[in-house]
Design a protein around this ligand. Structure first.
Ligand code: FAD
Ligand code: SF4
Length: 507
């Protein structure tokens, strides 16, 4: 009996489980651009454009490969506006009694498919190296689920950078070498250019018209939209940027938003590249002596470590994960995150590049926008919605654990052993933002003191009951307690004033 094969916008893998399970001569592939998916958060324009353009290109590829594809375009007559609505419509049209798909990467859509009036089989997504079942097995009986131990298992499982049973070079992790600030460099090779083809131009016009009020600009759209392009992006990164990736991984520069980062996350998350092929390419470059171990290891750890680990956590922790608020923070997300005015140079730059490129690298996400929201007491649900909306690579399985867990400590320490907070000194060390800022990073208090310096102590002070017992934080509390009582009082008072200014979007 004929089945529908539902291919979602982030399931653009020709060997995906659902296509493998289907019969090309009988079954009908269905893909749909629908309102329910464009509107559950107000996505960045480039994100909608990339997903639609990549979906259209993928559908063409399937047709060329002999599949029957029922493709619903955005705004087309009859478009029911939701995935389940489209399943019902296509089922009737093609006389199909059931559908098969890869289980979606978020609880919301998994539930919607379960509630669909016709049966929809959700197959495990085997594009990941660690299945949900394997992760549950790893997590069973463990007191804490730290990434580093998970990562070692994944190294053993994949054999990547292994010398027999031991890690290549004798250490699992070379992060100690990966914390250098970067200098402006005219010879740094940035991302390759991807000129939009006809399909992409059509989609860019559609998005400009239909999503005019969404955050972000389309002018900087420079993403590959098919596997071919994604493979070029991978080859470019391995040839030009991987060698220095590790060393400058945490660096930030005002005029260089990309540095040595790969920009491969959207391709991995849409399914245009597989995690293993990406890591094997990095391992080969190391074996050929073209890149140092700290870079190859650091890069591979992000993918077989962090990426697989956060997905494991998301499904292991369950649908309530995104609603957690361990630190009981309830302030609103400042308007500056949507481009509103702020004198904070680092925040302004991180947001501006996010608006222009739908991209910021990890340390900007963690130590600028994330750090500031956490220190400023912002409701983690609002923070999470922002990250889910504004980044090109944001899908809930990866965005939520990074935001709620790693960045906002809203999960109470499932992912992070301590909150990722810092004063301005860290940002000053790792970036060139502070030199041209209206605030002074050297000032710990008083007029013009960097907001990070004030809010850092306010955060620690207001959460003393939660963190003072954490051995990794005891020394910080000791240094705070050693300060003169009148200084502490003054800093906390000025932090309160700053919080009020933030609430009024005047900072
Ligand atoms: P590179 O720096 O070149 O890293 C290589 C690859 O490693 C990335 O392509 C990515 O696939 C993977 N990777 C690196 N760090 C992580 C991580 N922490 N979790 C998962 N994969 C990782 N990543 C997303 O893909 N989608 C998100 O929605 C997302 N939201 C984030 C929110 C916050 C608050 C933070 C702190 C991080 C978030 N990340 C997210 C992780 C990371 O910032 C991005 O994966 C990375 O910046 C993507 O750019 P890149 O491809 O140039 O990465
Ligand atoms: Fe950011 Fe503070 Fe530096 Fe200004 S002084 S750029 S607010 S860290």
């Amino acid at each position: 009996k004929r089945r529908l094969v539902l291919v979602l916008g982030d399931q653009l893998t020709a060997e995906g489980a659902a296509l493998r399970a289907a019969d090309k001569t009988r079954d009908v592939v269905m893909m749909a651009e629908v309102r329910a998916e464009t509107d559950y958060v107000g996505h960045h324009k480039q994100k909608i454009a990339l997903v639609f353009a990549a979906m259209r290109a993928f559908a063409e590829g399937l047709r060329a490969d002999g599949w029957t594809v029922a493709y619903t375009r955005f705004g087309e007559t009859g478009n029911s506006g939701s995935i389940t609505g489209e399943i019902l419509r296509r089922a009737e049209e093609h006389r199909a009694a059931s559908a098969v798909t890869i289980a979606p990467g978020e609880w919301r859509l998994r539930q919607a498919l379960e509630d669909c009036p016709i049966p929809v089989v959700q197959l495990p997504d085997d594009r990941f190296l660690c299945s949900e079942a394997e992760f549950a097995e790893w997590a069973k009986g463990r007191k804490s689920l730290r990434m580093e131990y998970f990562y070692r298992e994944m190294r053993r499982k994949t054999g990547l950078l292994m010398a027999g049973d031991d890690p290549e070079g004798g250490q699992w992790n070379y992060d100690a070498e990966n914390r250098k600030p970067a200098q402006a460099d005219l010879f740094r090779v940035n991302a390759p250019r991807f000129a939009p083809d006809g399909t992409t131009r059509e989609v860019l016009d559609l998005v400009a018209r239909e999503f005019a009020d969404n955050f972000g600009g389309l002018e900087g759209f420079n993403w590959a939209v098919d596997r071919n392009g994604a493979q070029k992006a991978l080859a470019h990164f391995i040839a030009h940027n991987l060698a220095d990736f590790g060393t400058y991984q945490d660096a930030m520069l005002e005029d260089d938003p990309l540095l040595y980062h790969s920009l491969l996350s959207p391709y991995l998350n849409l399914g245009l590249l597989g995690p293993l092929e990406v890591c094997q390419a990095a391992a080969r470059a190391y074996a050929a002596g073209k890149v140092p171990l700290n870079s190859a290891e650091g890069f591979i750890r992000q993918i077989i470590g962090w990426r697989e680990y956060v997905r494991g956590i998301y499904f292991h922790e369950g649908p309530d994960y995104t609603a957690r608020n361990h630190l009981d923070q309830h302030r609103k997300l400042p308007w500056a995150y949507w481009g509103g005015k702020t004198e904070m140079n680092c925040l302004r730059h991180a947001v501006a590049q996010t608006r222009d490129l739908a991209y910021a690298h990890h340390i900007q996400r963690l130590m600028i926008t994330g750090n500031f929201a956490l220190l400023a007491g912002v409701d983690p649900a609002q923070v999470q919605e922002w990250y889910l909306a504004v980044y090109i690579d944001a899908f809930e399985w990866v965005e939520a654990p990074n935001t709620a867990g790693m960045s906002q400590f809203a999960d109470g320490g499932v992912i992070a052993s301590k909150p990722y907070v810092s004063s301005g000194a860290y940002i000053d060390r790792m970036s060139d933002y502070c030199g041209s800022c209206a605030y002074s990073v050297k000032k710990k208090m008083g007029e013009g003191a960097c907001p990070f310096n004030l809010l850092y102590w306010h955060f620690l002070d207001r959460n003393r009951d939660k963190f003072a017992g954490n051995p990794r934080m005891a020394v910080i509390y000791r240094s705070w307690d050693k300060r003169k009582p009148e200084d502490r009082k003054m800093i906390l008072g000025q932090a309160e004033t700053m919080l009020n200014k933030i609430a009024q979007d005047a900072f």
